[in-house]
Design a protein around this ligand. Structure first.
Ligand code: SF4
Length: 376
């Protein structure tokens, strides 16, 4: 979908958390001392100024996303510095959306006021659950009430508010999951992201998984039914929103919009090349100081590889794959290869409209099996 892929986005990774959650695969370090933040900001300033010399950066940024980690751990003073770094080095005058990720426990009124007076329009809050037992099992550094309070504070300030919730937790029941969804809706959030607990390599739970992890399927099916019934339509595998409150930054990601990723562990995508910055604050800082590359990995996704990635990302969304866009971008032969791989996916999982392929709700529930067809 061309309208989502145009323009350029900016992602900044803030790699600090209170402590590491046992299931988390995102790059973050415990904020052991405040001086680390100063060191991090010095390095971000160096990286941002390198980018600002590139022609790519003269283009107006369409969406900004500051994620982590826990960006709400930074103080207002540190945010002031971050704001100046970004304003000096990027063209933020035409932003359509600016999101900050926050966690209950560190989000406060002063931060929200600062963000509101700057350019931030959207706050995504990692509540994960409103159930005391779930939060204990997950090792979250906040309670259920703090989660609710954070959502309320952000809503009162007039932000578009998204709430992250996890399902398929050890010992979780559908009743408890339903109570979480109901609480988020009762508080009036505009957007809910539902993620299934996964045991990722390199995490504490990846090494020693907890007992009694239920199948995520019925939880997900319930979210699809209940959230849609309450007016939050599903526009992506994990994302539900009131109309007009979809996350434009993420839509850009799924439709392969150029995105500058800065900060340690950040991902970026520029003109068909995906890259990842080093996932180590120490390395990130020293490499920047020494003028060395901070890329840990980079790959140009062209030809069939690019077409398959575009198909996988597009199919995550409600708008699916547009065959004409695919042909225009990758050529007829590669587009046909993609379509061939999806040919025998049954109609109840993949709707085949003229020039379009879209996953059904049922298809979204078995997305992984469909990605396998694409990569096999
Ligand atoms: S707070 Fe979020 S980013 Fe930080 S460790 Fe926990 S899940 Fe990961």
């Amino acid at each position: 979908m061309r309208k989502f892929s145009e323009g350029i986005s900016l992602y900044l990774h803030v790699p600090f958390c209170i402590r590491k959650c046992p299931y988390c695969a995102f790059y973050s370090v415990p904020m052991s001392n405040r001086e680390l933040v100063g060191v991090y900001l010095d390095a971000v300033e160096l990286e941002a100024s390198k980018w600002s010399n590139w022609r790519t950066c003269k283009r107006p940024i369409r969406t900004l996303y500051i994620g982590g980690g826990t960006p709400s751990l930074l103080s207002v003073g540190e945010w002031e510095r971050l704001k100046n770094i970004l304003e000096r080095n990027f063209n933020l005058d035409f932003l359509e959306e600016a999101t900050v990720e926050a966690n209950p426990g560190s989000l406060n009124e002063d931060l929200l006021t600062f963000w509101k007076e700057w350019r931030i329009t959207r706050v995504s809050i990692g509540c994960q659950s409103f159930d005391k037992q779930d939060l204990l099992i997950l090792g979250r550094p906040h309670g259920a009430l703090e989660g609710m309070k954070s959502l309320e504070l952000a809503l009162v300030k007039g932000f578009h508010v998204s709430c992250d919730l996890l399902f398929g937790l050890p010992g979780q029941t559908i009743r408890r999951w339903h109570a979480n969804l109901e609480t988020a809706l009762r508080l009036g959030v505009h957007h809910v992201s539902c993620y299934q607990l996964t045991l990722e390599e390199g995490t504490q739970w990846g090494k020693s998984p907890p007992q009694s992890i239920p199948s995520g399927y019925p939880f997900y099916r319930w979210a699809q039914y209940y959230l849609e019934k309450k007016g939050l339509y599903q526009y992506e595998i994990a994302s539900f929103a009131l109309r007009g409150f979809e996350c434009s930054h993420n839509l850009g990601y799924w439709y392969r919009r150029d995105c500058i990723g800065i900060g340690p562990g950040a991902w970026g995508f520029i003109r068909g090349r995906r890259y990842k910055n080093v996932s180590s604050l120490k390395d990130y800082v020293s490499r920047l100081k020494e003028g060395r590359s901070i890329k840990e990995w980079s790959e140009r996704l062209i030809g069939l590889h690019g077409a398959l990635e575009a198909a996988m990302l597009g199919l995550r969304t409600r708008w699916g794959i547009d065959e004409i866009d695919l042909i225009e971008e990758f050529g007829k032969e590669k587009a046909q290869e993609v379509l061939l791989r999806l040919e025998d996916v049954p109609e109840h999982l993949l709707k085949k409209k003229p020039h379009k392929l879209v996953l059904t709700r049922r298809g979204m529930r078995v997305g992984n099996a469909i990605w396998e067809k694409l990569v096999s």
